[in-house]
Design a protein around this ligand. Structure first.
Ligand code: CP3
Length: 373
């Protein structure tokens, strides 16, 4: 839609150059609920697997043309309102001096996991420029989506990084973990190792986020995927301050921050203390309850159970309606899953969810909610 044909109501909700995704992050009114999906480019999608046949995961991440193509293809195939850059949480480990690989069927493996203060002291924080391939990919995605779409909206571009706890857990455990024994031992040891690791990670992550923002990311999502492994007491004692430091330093770059974790029902109010603009909810907490814990000062993102995408369409539709009903058209809801899309998910169901969110949420936002500026 060009400016001359857009209705004034549409223009009011789409000031030039902004996107409904970014507006929702900032709890500004939108014409309908924006929607995107965690892991929207992944193994469930045949287009991704076609690329993956010829390249390893890390090759894709480190080749800006391919990373951009994978990002764009997924966003366009699904018709979502935001594109998350194709990268991986663990990429910053390499310039810090920790080598890792993805072992088929087993996930990431760090070759020499961190177990001592000396090892943390030896970690490098001065080679973040080695990650600039992610920024180059973002530039390509931003150029591709620079023009508004036919409905007047510009697609949001999401950069991301890990939170210090979740990244530290991979560095210390050497991979995925069940009980996080070595991570927690380092937290509790009180020998200066944990705070130093948090500080070094934040130095790297802020510089990495800066590269992404300068390249055109509209927003940064911080993945604290495994933070739910902690008690609220441990979260508050060992992770809230470093997470808050990271959130605030990324916000200072001038973009909204989404802070996401899984199994977080008991720690949502603490997570909100980080001052993240948006809190990502996992699927276990009803959205309205989660939002109450978070408080009205933050937007929320979520929180359909990704496995409902395998359900018959009538069940899936009722769950999509439920999430939208619990959000009740309040400014500051971004529709998403409560964790990433898993392999085997029917692509058509994902596309159908986008369509439903579009249809059902227009009714919620118009006209009473849309005019409360
Ligand atoms: O659209 C997107 O979201 C894709 C971009 C993306 C990837 N990883 C690519 C990827 C994102 C946002 C991530 C983040 C990530 N990476 C997280 C946090 C998100 C979450 O799920 O909570 C974590 C914990 C990682 C680390 C990681 N990467 C693991 C544990 C694995 C193995 C998991 C598995 O399913 O095998 C990966 C591999 C990975 N990263 C894949 C993709 C698409 C799997 C596909 C492949 O091997 O090609």
């Amino acid at each position: 839609m060009t400016e001359s044909t857009a209705s004034s109501a549409t223009l009011a909700l789409h000031p030039e150059g902004t996107s409904r995704f970014v507006r929702a992050c900032l709890r500004q009114p939108v014409d309908r609920t924006p929607v995107w999906f965690l892991r929207q480019a992944g193994r469930y999608m045949p287009e991704y697997m076609a690329v993956r046949k010829h390249h390893t995961l890390l090759d894709i991440c480190r080749t800006p043309d391919i990373a951009a193509e994978v990002t764009i293809t997924a966003a366009e195939r699904l018709g979502v309102d935001a594109a998350i850059i194709f990268a991986d949480l663990l990429l910053p480990l390499t310039p810090m001096g920790l080598d890792f690989e993805f072992v088929a069927g087993e996930g990431p493996q760090v070759h020499t996991p961190i177990r001592s203060l000396q090892h943390i002291q030896a970690l490098r924080t001065d080679r973040v420029d080695d990650l600039s391939y992610v920024a180059r990919a973002i530039e390509k995605v931003a150029a591709h989506f620079a023009m508004p779409r036919p409905d007047g909206d510009r697609l949001g571009i999401i950069g991301f990084c890990g939170a210090p706890f979740t990244l530290a857990s991979y560095m210390i455990e050497g991979g995925s973990s069940r009980n996080y024994v070595d991570t927690k031992k380092m937290m509790y040891a009180n020998d200066g190792a944990w705070p130093l690791l948090m500080e070094k990670l934040n130095t790297v992550l802020v510089a990495y986020a800066r590269q992404q923002v300068e390249a055109g990311a509209d927003c940064i999502q911080i993945f604290d995927s495994w933070i739910g492994a902690l008690s609220v007491t441990d979260y508050r004692q060992y992770c809230l301050a470093p997470s808050t430091d990271l959130v605030q330093r990324i916000k200072a770059l001038g973009v909204p921050v989404i802070y996401f974790g899984v199994d977080t029902a008991s720690m949502l109010s603490s997570m909100a203390e980080t001052t993240a603009d948006v809190i990502g909810l996992d699927w276990r907490t009803p959205l309205d309850e989660g939002w109450r814990s978070i408080g009205p000062g933050s937007a929320v993102q979520g929180n359909l159970d990704p496995i409902t995408l395998f359900a018959p369409l009538d069940v899936l539709e009722s769950r999509v309606r439920e999430v939208l009903t619990l959000a009740d058209g309040r400014p500051g809801h971004i529709f998403n899953l409560g964790h990433g899309i898993v392999p085997g998910t029917p692509v058509d169901s994902v596309i159908q969810v986008v369509e439903w969110v579009r249809q059902f949420s227009i009714a919620k936002h118009a006209p009473a909610h849309a005019t409360t500026r």
